[in-house]
Design a protein around this ligand. Structure first.
Ligand code: HEC
Ligand code: HEC
Length: 228
């Protein structure tokens, strides 16, 4: 192998192991707080809306699981998750920055009240059908706030319009600006869509997003003063 190729190969290996290792780097919440100024303009404002790919509320990340936050940031940086602003921001972060920000946001606003193991409220017929076909609770927990694996997101109480955009994004392919490629979620969403057809699927995800958003939550927006 010539020298240039060897270097390129070594770099590629380094970046792959870097992504795998990033989940294990220990985060420092205090260090995360110091760099969160570049996040609060969107994630620290109650009701703040994004306008791409449509208008929806920016997701709540305070109280979200630390490993999931890192997982999401790594995917924006790596391009598996496409979204122009978040990709630009994630690209500027090191693995250590991500771990620090995740430590900060997962504990932000103090200890969350754990929702009951099973929600008291039943989903409507269309949401129930999707939750059953997709076996969603198996990964996200019966209360949708106790994920099977800490790198999976808490969904309960997340903004309805964001959940809807997120669910749509898993079946988007070939769009240079938008779409998510996560294997198990894309597989689940595409199979569910194929089972009932695009029209019924849209009705199902609308009802599911409303249902999930209405459940007791650990997620929150913690407003912060810009003048600290
Ligand atoms: C300009 C507004 C803006 C800024 C600034 C911003 N974000 Fe985001 N963030 C968004 C939007 C919009 C999304 C949803 C993108 C999508 O649809 O995938 C998002 C998504 C996320 C997600 C994924 C949430 C989930 O539930 O999957 C994480 C984690 C995140 N941002 C962390 C951060 C961190 C950490 C910072 C600061 C370093 C930051 N963001 C700065 C707008 C912003
Ligand atoms: C095999 C496990 C698994 C199953 C089954 C599953 N999910 Fe997920 N889900 C995940 C993982 C992992 C992610 C994070 C994917 C990523 O990083 O983009 C996720 C992400 C999501 C998101 C995006 C959350 C956010 O904050 O951006 C939504 C919404 C969601 N799932 C809803 C569902 C629904 C509804 C079902 C059932 C139809 C379902 N999931 C089934 C594992 C699963």
């Amino acid at each position: 192998m010539n020298k240039l190729l060897t270097t390129v190969f070594a770099l590629a290996v380094a970046s792959v192991t870097g992504a795998a290792l990033s989940q294990e780097i220990k985060g420092d919440a205090k260090a995360g707080e110091k760099i969160n100024a570049m996040c609060i303009g969107c994630h620290g404002i109650v009701g703040y809306q994004a306008s791409f790919p449509q208008v929806y509320k920016v997701p709540m990340i305070s109280g979200q699981g630390a490993k999931y936050i890192v997982n999401a940031l790594v995917q924006y940086k790596g391009g598996e998750r496409k979204h122009p602003t978040m990709q630009a921001i994630a690209t500027s972060l090191t693995d250590q920055d991500m771990a620090n920000l995740a430590a900060y946001y997962s504990t932000h606003g103090g200890e969350s009240v754990k929702p009951p193991e099973k929600p008291a409220m039943e989903p409507g017929t269309k949401a129930a059908a999707l939750l059953k076909t997709g076996n969603c609770a198996a990964c996200h927990g019966a209360n949708f706030s106790t994920p099977l694996d800490p790198s999976y997101p808490k969904l309960a109480g997340q903004h309805k319009d964001y959940l809807l955009v997120a669910l749509r994004s898993y079946s988007v392919e070939g769009n240079p600006m938008w779409g998510r490629a996560h294997a198990s979620m894309s597989g689940t969403v595409k199979a569910a869509q194929k089972a009932v057809g695009p029209h019924e699927f849209e009705a199902q995800i609308r009802e599911t997003a409303s249902y999930l958003a209405s459940l007791p939550t650990e997620l929150k927006v913690v407003p912060e003063s810009r003048f600290r």
